[in-house]
Design a protein around this ligand. Sequence first.
Ligand code: F6R
Length: 609
Amino acid sequence: MCGIIGYVGPQNAVPVLVEGLKKLEYRGYDSAGIAVIKEGQIQVKRVKGKIRDLEDCLKDSVLEGSCGLGHTRWATHGRPSEENAHPHRDCSGTLVVVHNGIIENYLPLREKLQAEGHTFVTETDTEVIAHLVERRFEGSLEEAVRKALPELQGAYAVAIISAGDPDKVVVAKSGPPAVVGLGKDEFFISSDINPILSHTSRVVFLEDREIAILERGGVRYVDFDGRPIGKTEDQLSWTPLMIEKKGFKHFMLKEIFEQPQVVRDTLQGRISQGSGKVYLDETGLDAVALQEIQRVVIIACGTSYHAGLVGKYFIESLALIPVAVEYASEFRYQDLMLDKKILVVVISQSGETADSLAALRATKKSGALTLAISNVVNSSIPREAGAVLYTHAGPEIGVAATKTFSAQLAALSLLALFLAQIKGRMDDESSLPIVQDLLRVPHQMERFLADSRRLEDLAQRFLVFSHFLYLGRWVSFPVALEGALKLKEISYVHAEGYAGGEMKHGPIALIDEKMPTLAVIPRDRAYDKMMSNISEVKARLGYVLAVAFDNDQEIARHVDEVIRVPSVNSLLSPFLTILPLQLFAYYVAARKGADVDQPRNLAKSVTVE
Ligand code: F6R
């Protein structure tokens, strides 16, 4: 939710900031801007629109400087416009701020500052930060920032530069992420590692209530009380190549095709092919405490929530432990009945989703065991959870989650097997068949994807429809939800995901020839009942497109069209059945000319509640 970047070093900061913003653009893309210091002057360029609009605006400018900031915005306070785009200035225009997060008390602060004579020119919450720092500035930028911070309530990662204390970027974090990149005589600050990757693999992740001061000679760190702190350097394992499109038209399509490999990578090294034993020692899970677990609560948002719903079936089927799956944004308002016999699993690919982080924090005092499932090493949720199971999906740039969903399914299948083994519900012998089925999944995903061109033509035929129903039962219910989410978020077509059996309790009233149904119907324990639900749709003139197993001889007689996926152990079918739904959504959106990788109103990392 907004991306910030900063640079100090020997290069011209402008191209460094613009290239960096392109890599952060998935975090927000309604306006963008940069600011650099040159010869004691701060120069700012901002635009409404995307980074390519910023580039156009910079074409005829002579902007340059060796220290600067950049921002790509996802609007919260104030509509998307050039004035509301960051960086924001103080009254004198000699100090500018970029900010990711929300300042909750900005209105009283603004009134107070206005009463003191400060002039505001934007509708944003961020502008108060510039004026607060201006008010405290006596020559040292870090001192002014430090004195201003106690007045702020809310969440922020802020970076600030000042012509009065040049060649310096001061960054403070309380909530949203901020990572420092350590190059050779050059230093970077960014909301995530993507812009840093092409410059250096040495990074330092800031914690809450920490300030980094980036100067030409190096980086210093202090806490909010000004005490110097030692920070540990991390070495990145992601490479710049991982954030290239590699010949695909969109990141989303590339990421859909990467799924077999990310499932393989997430399973690798954690499962014994010979014995079926699962090893999750690296996670920090306490095996003794886990033996006492009586309930699992999974908390997540969006696609991660859908993965959590699939995880419920995995854990209940294999480990026989009851599982509740909760929306993170709702969980916090519930009466939390948690204790040390409950395992709380927070799933978040970014590891930064504010609702999920807040839900995790709410569980802390209960004594419940906590486990994060995340794709981003050292992001906030993994850092705060008691244990971490990382997915190995590599960077996901398309705003619509695809490969991280499959990687989360892989992680949850491992967790289910691990819990089953720890609790003695499965031994090596009984684990082996499902483990072998699981290890075959990536190959079956590859088989489907290799022959999936038909989806493109199929999608073309469905462009005329404005409403879709997605149905599934048992493990296919969350797949239906996820398929519908993919279609609506990238193609702006209305799609409802529903449990097949619930359709007759309301949504059936919508069915007519103008509302096609995508039915997810692998051969599983719900097959016959799902077949009845399909008949109910057909009886009302509804068109049915089924996603079914390739060995299902029956289905074609009951539906209008079938997309076949390789047959697998039915519990594991979501790994396969989600693929055509992702591709269907992708091709519908691409054919409509939608901005597939950056759908309107969305952002990859939702760091506001
Ligand atoms: C949908 C999508 C979102 C995210 C949600 C949670 O395609 O990407 O629904 O799944 O914002 O994000 P994470 O997993 O980063 O917590």
